[in-house]
Design a protein around this ligand. Sequence first.
Ligand code: ADP
Ligand code: ADP
Length: 239
Amino acid sequence: AAPALRLDAITKTFGSAIALDRVSFAIAPGEVVALLGPSGAGKSTIFRCISRLAEVDAGTVTVLGRDIGALDRRALREHRGAIGLIFQQFNLISRMNAIDNTLAGRLGQVPTWRAVTRCFSREDRQIALAALDRVGLLEKAYQRADSLSGGQQQRVAIARVLAQRSRLVLADEPVASLDPASAANVLTVLKDIARERSIAVLCALHQTDLACRYADRIVAMRKGRLVLDAPAAAVSAAE
Ligand code: ADP
Ligand code: ADP
């Protein structure tokens, strides 16, 4: 299959600082790639370049066959809306229940209160309930996001991605705030849905052992350079 995401020699500088130096890698549909690297390595900048919240100085970012550098304003809005985003701090609307937070995925991007108070169809609600069921949270559908545990909130974020029908998910340290059992649970669900729906996942992690256990491939960065791109099975957790 053609890659869902391809970075070709992307370079990004901030003044004289080189945040990304000719970084290249690709992610196939259904593949989970862990992005490792110490603080300042360039991980957030990669995410920003993929969403085109930052413009690359050189190189190309191709998402689902399209060079995103060439998108006009409207196409760029659609591009951003199609990417599923999962953050360290959950980014749910705390006063809203799980189903409404999930439905926000039907609107694309991160929900705003105004966006989700629009009307949703019965079909939308069924899609959201199916997504919550898939992540094991059907019985929590009508509970407020802030009444859920961290692991449950992160699974609502995964349900939101399912409802959004994203084919590319960017997860930025999604388990950094969770206890080990919840982290394992969230990464298992993420990996399973990637397989089931052929979703490509780029997941920043800071624990190599989790990357080895849950990712298909590991990409490691250091000072803006790619220093490793290998199957997770070939990487020892000791590295
Ligand atoms: P990571 O997410 O791996 O911690 P970042 O992508 O945030 O790394 O940062 C990579 C490098 O780019 C760092 O040296 C950082 O200081 C620099 N950088 C990132 N964003 C900016 C910015 N908006 N202005 C100036 N320098 C930046
Ligand atoms: P977390 O650890 O994510 O904070 P809990 O462990 O409290 O959440 O899980 C809440 C309920 O959901 C439990 O009954 C648990 O068995 C169930 N559950 C957890 N993960 C899943 C899943 N992936 N699929 C189905 N049910 C799940």
